[in-house]
Design a protein around this ligand. Structure first.
Ligand SMILES: NC(=O)c1ccc[n+]([C@@H]2O[C@H](COP(=O)([O-])OP(=O)(O)OC[C@H]3O[C@@H](n4cnc5c(N)ncnc54)[C@H](OP(=O)(O)O)[C@@H]3O)[C@@H](O)[C@H]2O)c1
Length: 335
């Protein structure tokens, strides 16, 4: 296996051929970040999509629920990175809740079945999960060993418990897959910050640019985040390191309170003023924008213990530097 580009060169341990990488659900924000980088690195990238469209990489049809001709793509692949799932950026109506949960569990199950049937199963299966699986807390950071899974917090809103239930069911579906020849990794990812339009960073920067980039609620809730460049490097690291399996937090080592996170983003953009938003304003805004306040108000204090202990180093460990880099690249991309 060879990892040739600037993103991956430092991680390369073996010389050899390029990788074949299959990304179910790879047409979204995170998948596009990965597919673009891996394709630029010369790997053979295949995205599985319910609506294949033109892309610089191959896209193959699947329905994310049942086995089909797409399973041949997994045969002999080096890595499968399953990102499929209905976006959580919506109101948690009964219908949406069903879609959010079913799309994740069913797509994970069918990827597991496809791997189990492969004559030459992929070496590694990286399965998307989420840092949201951990408890809402301020006191200590959640790592993979000592972290507390959420769901038992007193007075937690029902929407928060729903997300945690989904995350647990999602991981369980992967854990239940019987794929003895394929290493499984559950990627408990924090918010991935890339400059792409419509992504989380673009949305937050949009608030700052319009003067609304103050603290959300009381601003004490922690924000866990990861720069897209480190996310890509982290994924390569997980592919390369055979000793890593099970849950792995993909987040920067320095989560920070929302008020500080927004202040650093304002500084990086070059503005001091940012109107804060009280909880009631956020609730109204979330209804108007057809989303949920959980994405902003839950305290996600998550650290990447297993990545760090395995020797991974971050290019952007701290938010001020990451925000400055993202703002600079956001500006030059849109100049
Ligand atoms: N973005 C983040 O920072 C972040 C953080 C933590 C965890 N995650 C998780 O990582 C995964 C990828 O994130 P993302 O931001 O790239 O998500 P995304 O932009 O919403 O893309 C997910 C992909 O899943 C597919 N999909 C949508 N609805 C589906 C359904 N009902 N059934 C099956 N597939 C469906 C879509 O592909 P097609 O329409 O082409 O089939 C879509 O491109 C998600 O599962 C997300 O929950 C993301």
């Amino acid at each position: 296996m060879r990892l040739p580009s600037s993103t991956s060169r430092a991680l390369s341990t073996e010389a050899g051929s390029f990788m074949r990488i299959v990304i179910p659900g790879g047409s979204g924000q995170v998948g596009t970040v990965l597919a673009r980088a891996m394709r630029a690195d010369g790997h053979d990238v295949c995205v599985l999509s319910r609506k294949p469209s033109d892309a610089p990489w191959r896209t193959v049809a699947w329905d994310a629920r049942t086995l089909g001709p797409w399973i041949s793509e997994l045969n002999g692949a080096d890595a499968v990175i399953n990102l499929a799932g209905r976006s959580v950026n919506c109101r948690y109506s009964a219908a949406n809740r069903r879609l959010i949960a079913d799309s994740r569990v069913e797509s994970t199950r069918v990827v597991g079945q496809a791997i189990a049937q492969s004559a030459r199963p992929p070496r590694v299966w990286l399965q998307a999960s989420t840092a949201t699986i951990y408890a809402h807390r301020y006191d200590f950071a959640n790592d993979e060993e000592t972290g507390i899974l959420g769901g038992g917090e007193p007075n937690a809103p029902d929407t928060w418990r729903f997300s945690i239930d989904v995350a647990k069911a999602w991981e369980q579906a992967a854990n239940e897959a019987n794929v003895p020849c394929t290493r499984k990794v559950l990627m408990r990812s924090a918010m991935t910050m890339s400059i792409d339009s419509g992504g989380i960073f673009d949305t937050l920067l949009g608030l700052v640019r319009r003067g609304f980039g103050g603290a959300s609620g009381d601003g004490r809730q922690f924000v866990s985040w990861i720069h897209a460049r480190d996310f890509i490097r982290g994924v390569y690291w997980l592919i390369e390191h055979d000793g890593l399996s099970g849950p792995v937090n993909l987040s920067s080592p320095h989560p920070l309170p929302n008020s500080q996170f927004m202040r650093d983003l304002r500084m990086a953009w070059g503005t001091r003023i940012g109107l804060p938003a009280a909880v009631w304003m956020l609730e109204i805004g979330a209804i108007l924008l057809r989303t949920e306040t959980e994405l902003i108000l839950k305290s996600r204090r998550v650290v990447p213990r297993r990545l760090l202990e395995s020797g991974f180093t971050f290019k952007f460990p701290g938010w001020p530097q990451a925000a400055a880099d993202l703002c600079t690249r956001w500006k030059s991309d849109r100049a």
